[in-house]
Design a protein around this ligand. Sequence first.
Ligand SMILES: C[S@@+](CC[C@H](N)C(=O)[O-])C[C@H]1O[C@@H](n2cnc3c(N)ncnc32)[C@H](O)[C@@H]1O
Length: 208
Amino acid sequence: MSSKQFFNEVAGEWDAMRANFYSEGVREKAFDRAGVRAGQLAADLGAGTGFVTEGLLRRGLSVVAVDQSEAMLAKMRTKFAAAADRIDCRKGEAESLPLPDQAVEHVFANMYLHHVDDPSRAIAEMTRILRPGGRLIITDVFEHPFDFLKTEHHDRWLGFRREALEEWLTAAGLHEVAVDDLGEECRVRSEGTGETALMNIFVALGHK
Ligand SMILES: C[S@@+](CC[C@H](N)C(=O)[O-])C[C@H]1O[C@@H](n2cnc3c(N)ncnc32)[C@H](O)[C@@H]1O
């Protein structure tokens, strides 16, 4: 099964799954680090059912939400129908985002990078759609040993090292690059072995 098939299958349950994995604190701390303001335009990449999008809409921003999965996008369109004038849901892939150059003031990507084939290329593509002065904010997990996430959740990467993240953001042309522990955890229980993966979440930030 591909990652796209997996996320199409779990779209109906994703909100409940996500609530068991990590809390709203992740997005709220990311928004504070980014310094979001009402009226701004942000992209939410690997948006899923709109965990980050929901928080951005509440803070008064408009959002372009991108995901590879039609089922996730369909769920999001239904959930946020009342805010249809401030959300644009687009199907797209990490390597060729469906946005023009310099389109948005913030790019958020929560728990998305560990699913993409080429993280360095995905970060360069995220940077392309940022306006000068804009901010890239990636939240994901630090490197970990929990191999079952590859088979049970279609993770492509077992998290990331700080040094690799710093290198990729800098190579993309971002400045004031910082990678910090967000002070939040991601907790996933294996259906197969009962083992629980407990992972620290980082925030990687860069300015264009
Ligand atoms: C773990 S979910 C996170 C969803 C959401 N950001 C959240 O925090 O609830 C990862 C999402 O990224 C999407 N995704 C994975 N690989 C992708 C790719 N290469 N291009 C676009 N979307 C992708 C999946 O379809 C899925 O909806």
